[in-house]
Ligand binder design. Structure first.
Ligand code: PLP
Length: 399
């Protein structure tokens, strides 16, 4: 019996090593990785520049404390602000913590404005993490069930619906911020419409709200620009990052601009491990590779290629509802739950994932080449077609 808590229904495979978009199991079988540790391994497995930087750092200094200055942390904050056009960064260790920091900023901002019960607008089908505040902000009953009482202070509206946000603004004077994903990754790869972010910016400005983006999945090149918001010419007040930032090493960041960047003072927030020399070196090396190897451009081009190839391969396949996505965050929505495809693909040497029950998701390393993408689509599309040709499970007997 395993001594691990049963938080994951694990697939029957253990990987021994990785290189680029490939993983090998203990028996030497090779897998094409279109999951990338759930949108984490942005520059692939064991990129030589990341490995070299970490080897060097491990032999020099791993951890000190935020009680002291940390050179790599200051450099990384400079870099993130230069890339985003924002002002200040708080470092933590995960996406949930980055969102916790954003939520705390929003509440602190509210109390400064003498709002005693500050509320944050959140979206249906959102995913923000598994801590109490972030699961309360998450728009999925599955994530929340059994963990009540939930943290209060969230107001929920439908995704991509500006009118619903305007209605909240008109009726609820406790709202101080909105927290949104521009592509809902866990929610089924739902991409917001082009005018959505600009509309949110206008509503936030008109009402004195903070515009807070959860870019934990969309950030660090995933959608083809370094940050998702850069598609729309609008800058948020607060942005949460994690997943791709450290190239596989745990690190999260909450980036803020303007007033939001000036709220915290010593003692208001903290983290023992946040921004260690080791983690910041990983992120600096990852960003260096992203820039020097034009990884965002590759993510745009190969992502487009993946969507086009999938559409061609699955055209006129009954049961395929839509192929959609942005950059290297792509989904194939089917007309039925398709979780079993993950195991079918694994057996054939492809690592994919299913989200929101009916959406096959591809979030490969951003360095995937067109020819590797062809292998992925060429291998997985037939599995989807075969799956859809099987007779649908018998419907429940009529009552
Ligand atoms: C994965 C994810 C999180 C949670 O990140 P953790 O590192 O697992 O805490 C939060 N928000 C979004 C959008 C995510 O995709």
């Amino acid at each position: 019996m395993s001594h691990l808590m049963e938080t994951y229904a694990r697939l029957p495979v253990t990987f021994a090593r990785g290189e680029g978009v490939w993983l090998w199991d203990a028996q030497g079988k090779r897998y094409l990785d279109a999951l990338a540790g759930v949108a984490v391994n942005a520059i692939g497995h064991c990129h030589p520049k990341l490995v070299a930087a970490l080897r060097e750092q491990v032999g020099t200094l791993i951890h000190t404390s935020n009680i002291y200055h940390i050179e790599a942390q200051e450099k990384l904050a400079d870099k993130l602000c230069e890339l985003s056009g924002m002002d200040k960064v708080f470092f933590c260790n995960s996406g949930a913590e980055a969102n916790e920091c954003a939520i705390k900023l929003a509440r602190y901002y509210g109390h400064k404005k003498n709002i005693d019960n500050p509320a944050v607008v959140v979206l249906e089908k959102s995913f923000h993490g598994r801590t109490l505040a972030t699961l309360s902000a998450t728009g999925s009953r599955k994530v929340q069930a059994g963990f009540e009482p939930l943290v209060s202070g969230f107001v929920r509206v439908p995704f991509d619906d500006l009118e619903a946000v305007r209605k909240v603004a008109a009726s609820n004077k406790n709202v101080v911020a909105i927290l949104a994903e521009l592509v809902q990754g866990e929610g089924g790869v739902c991409v917001c419409s082009p005018g959505y972010l600009k509309g949110l910016r206008e509503i936030c400005d008109a009402n004195g709200w903070l515009l807070m983006l959860d870019e934990v999945q969309t950030g660090i090149g995933r959608t083809g620009t370094m940050f998702g918001f850069q598609h729309y010419g609008v800058t948020p007040d607060v942005m949460a990052l994690a997943k791709g930032l450290g190239g596989g090493v745990p690190i999260g960041a909450c980036v803020a601009k303007g007033e939001a960047a000036k709220l915290f003072t010593p003692g208001t927030h903290g983290s023992t491990f946040g921004g260690t020399p080791f983690a910041c070196t990983a992120a600096l090396a990852t960003l260096e590779v992203m820039e020097s190897e034009n990884v965002c451009k590759n993510a745009t081009e190969v992502g487009e290629h993946i969507r086009a190839s999938l559409r061609r391969a699955l055209a006129e396949t009954p049961g395929v509802k839509e192929v959609r996505g942005q950059g290297m965050l792509n989904g194939i929505e089917l007309d039925r739950p398709c979780g079993e495809l993950v195991k079918t693909a694994l057996d054939k040497g492809f690592l994919i994932n299913v989200t929101a029950d009916t959406v096959v998701r591809f979030v490969p390393p951003l360095i995937m080449t067109k020819s590797e993408a062809d292998q992925l689509v060429g291998g997985v599309a037939p599995l989807i077609r075969e799956f859809l040709m099987k007779p649908a499970p018998a419907a429940a007997a009529p009552a």
